[in-house]
Ligand binder design. Structure first.
Ligand code: AMP
Ligand code: GLY
Length: 423
């Protein structure tokens, strides 16, 4: 079968790589893809913000299955559009994708269904913010309601700071329309966990858990990013905890969405904080995580196409996945200045040498290829991903591979997965 992957990041490179391994797949297309993806799939130009552009791509390549990476096309109804034309596509509808595209919807949904999450208030104006603030202790988490590409969350250390952040968001200065409504949240403490499940609208099948590293600097310092690295190990979540997360979070979400008439099919990303009060939901994403997918798919021994088809055809089961017991680590190499402004067009060296190391795969994100050489074209440039029987060895080989890659301004965290080792 022909498969089309939508997107252009490291997550999409990992999807292209894994889907391409399926004996069922004869050809993989990617729209628009990136420099590295174009080595493994046929890339087709596309504008991810315009559904028409993606419909035109599908008309051109006639895929038997489409897999969507980023949230923007899902939130604007790509699945509804393709399904109405009788095309097979993996992901939630626009209505189901509200779990990610509206934080106020997600918070109220969690409350309606008694799923653990931080205390919150939804505010449409500064007056409402001022009325809500006495009910919160500092620090206070301020979130834009809509999609903000990871830039819509501020941790305010004082109530004045919270008011200023809300004022900027509500005025459209920080993240545009996405900030027209804000959500205030109690600040939760603990380790974050990315817990992803496949769902067919009714049943769920968990993937192995992963941990992201959101802050740009070592020891979780500096501003938030899209994710600077991730790891996954067999003991990150034990069987008992996995069952708890399925029974108390993932299944109630899927059942709740069905009961509310917005059946959730696709991959559901539960962003959790493991607090002293137990696991609590920080956020949902209606898609695979980036860079968690690079770490998770590296451990997947089963056929990803089969699990996707099971979701589309309404027969998801825990048996859809088999996993390697190995640990995996993904270290993101980023452009100088990221997550702020950064230059592009820097020549990248050492990619081939890094990729030749055993059990190492370099997933491309912001790269483009010109005259046989790769150049930087985004904030997160590549995700160097290694697997090994134990976490220590996986960390060592990911960093060995990372040290072989160079470009002007390159920076990366030196402590990906280190906290797991200290535990
Ligand atoms: P979100 O987009 O909602 O996932 O938020 C992005 C990041 O902000 C999360 O991954 C956390 O690191 C942090 N965050 C969000 N909500 C909270 C919260 N209630 N308490 C503490 N940290 C949070
Ligand atoms: N790594 C976080 C995300 O994909 O949203």
């Amino acid at each position: 079968m022909k498969v089309l992957v939508i997107g252009s990041g490291g997550r999409e490179h990992a999807l292209v790589w894994k889907l391409g391994q399926s004996p069922r797949v004869s050809k993989v297309f990617c729209a628009p893809g990136n420099g590295g993806i174009c080595e493994e799939a046929e890339c087709v130009p596309a504008n991810l913000k315009h559904l028409d552009s993606l419909v035109a791509v599908a008309n051109l390549v006639q895929p038997d299955l489409t897999v969507v990476g980023p949230e923007v096309p899902l939130a604007s109804g790509l699945v509804d559009e393709f399904t109405s034309r009788g095309w097979r596509i993996f992901g939630p509808t626009k209505s189901a994708a509200r779990l990610e595209s509206s934080k106020s919807f997600a918070k109220q949904f969690l409350q309606r269904h008694h799923i653990p999450t931080a205390h919150y208030a939804i505010c449409n104006s500064l007056d409402e913010v001022r009325q809500a603030l006495p009910h919160f202790h500092t620090p206070i988490i301020v979130k834009a309601d809509g999609l903000a590409a990871g830039k819509g969350v501020v941790m305010a250390n004082s109530k004045d700071e919270a008011v200023s952040a809300c004022a900027e968001m509500l005025a459209g200065k920080m993240v545009g329309e996405a900030g027209a409504r804000v959500v205030l949240e109690e600040c939760l403490r603990g380790d974050e966990l990315s817990f992803l499940v496949f769902s067919d609208g009714e049943r769920v099948a968990p993937l192995v858990a992963a941990q992201d590293h959101k802050r740009v600097g070592d020891d979780d310092t500096g501003p938030n990013t899209g994710g600077m690295g991730a790891y996954s190990t067999a003991d990150l979540v034990d069987d008992q905890m996995r069952d708890w997360l399925v029974n108390h979070i993932a299944r109630p979400v899927v059942a709740g969405m069905k009961a509310e008439g917005a059946e959730y099919k696709g991959v559901l990303y539960c962003g959790l904080m493991m607090t002293a009060r137990g696991p609590m939901v920080l956020e949902f994403n209606c898609r695979f995580g980036d860079p968690e997918t690079q770490a998770i798919l590296t451990r997947m021994d089963s056929d990803l196409v089969e699990a996707i088809e099971a979701s589309i055809e309404g027969r998801t089961s825990e048996g859809d996945f088999r996993w390697s017991s190995h640990a995996s680590v993904c270290v993101v190499l980023a452009s100088g200045g990221y997550p702020g402004t950064f230059d592009s067009g820097k020549k990248i060296i050492g990619l081939e040498d890094a990729g030749r190391l055993p059990d190492v795969k370099v997933f491309h994100a912001g790269t483009s290829k010109r005259d046989g050489a790769f150049y930087t074209s985004g904030g997160r440039v590549v995700g160097v991903t290694a697997s090994a029987p134990d976490l220590d060895s996986a960390i060592a080989s990911a960093y060995q591979a990372a040290s072989l890659i160079g470009f002007e301004g390159l920076h990366y965290r030196k402590d990906i997965a280190r906290r797991a080792l200290r535990k």
